[in-house]
Design a protein around this ligand. Structure first.
Ligand code: C5P
Length: 227
């Protein structure tokens, strides 16, 4: 069976990563969560006091980019790769609402995108990869054999994210999560560099009404049509 590149893009909390992980496992492909990379850069900016609710020291972040080393390390117990920032496992830290609140600002910086896109393209040189994000089918792998664009209503996505955060013991309200989801949608679709848009050749899946199994079966069929 030929090895292909699968690009999964879409709005936040549409279940992209769940689907991408399932697919990668089934096909024995590598899975890359590019959102984790942008989140790790946002976390770095927070750690170095380069971003807060009141300021964003964008130039200092650009200068500091050479000090940022991002790496995915596979955790066989969990069955997926975790994000390491300069050798520190930051998988938990990057999933907080604080990081979610800053990440889209950081992701709008062209220099940040250039660095991360280069690393993502390197990871995909041998194909057999499922990558999820916002610009995978448009910028990172415009020639991907299969492009999926996932969407769901903001309320559905906020509810999912809220449930996840609550399970982790994060003290947030549903309204706060909904606001974060809507703010990020706006910033991600309106930024100048690589805004979130649906690629011409992407297949759109609205998963507001599909359960995980139905969605997985539908996408697996699409994969089988291509390989
Ligand atoms: O996928 P996730 O919601 O974790 O992504 C966090 C943020 O990272 C997004 O809201 C977006 O601002 C940014 N991002 C991006 N390009 C990608 C992946 C994520 O700009 N390929």
């Amino acid at each position: 069976m030929k090895k292909i590149t699968i690009a999964i893009d879409g709005f936040s909390s549409t279940g992209k990563s769940t689907l991408a992980k399932q697919l990668a496992k089934e096909l024995e492909y590598v899975y890359v969560d590019t959102g984790a990379m942008y989140r790790a850069v946002a976390y770095f900016a927070m750690q170095h006091s380069l971003i807060s609710a009141d300021f964003f020291k964008k130039d200092a972040l650009i200068e500091g980019l050479s000090d940022i080393r991002l790496e995915f390390r596979f955790n066989s117990d969990l069955g997926f790769a975790e994000m390491f920032l300069n050798d520190e496992n930051v998988e938990k830290q990057i999933r907080t609402i604080e990081v979610s609140n800053f990440v889209s600002k950081v992701a709008a910086v062209s220099e940040v995108r250039a660095k991360l896109v280069e690393q993502q393209q390197e990871m995909g040189t041998n194909k057999a990869i499922v990558m999820d994000g916002r610009d995978i089918g448009t910028v990172v792998f415009p020639n991907a054999e299969l492009k999926i664009f996932m969407t769901a209503s903001a309320e559905t996505r906020a509810q999912r994210r809220f449930d996840e955060l609550q399970q982790k013991g994060d003290n947030v309200t549903y309204e706060e999560v909904l606001k974060n989801v809507m703010d990020r949608d706006y910033m991600d679709t309106h930024r100048e560099d690589s805004p979130l848009v649906i690629a011409d050749d992407a297949i759109e899946i609205d998963n507001s009404y599909l359960n995980k199994e139905e969605q997985f079966a539908a996408v697996l069929e699409l994969v089988n049509d291509v390989v």
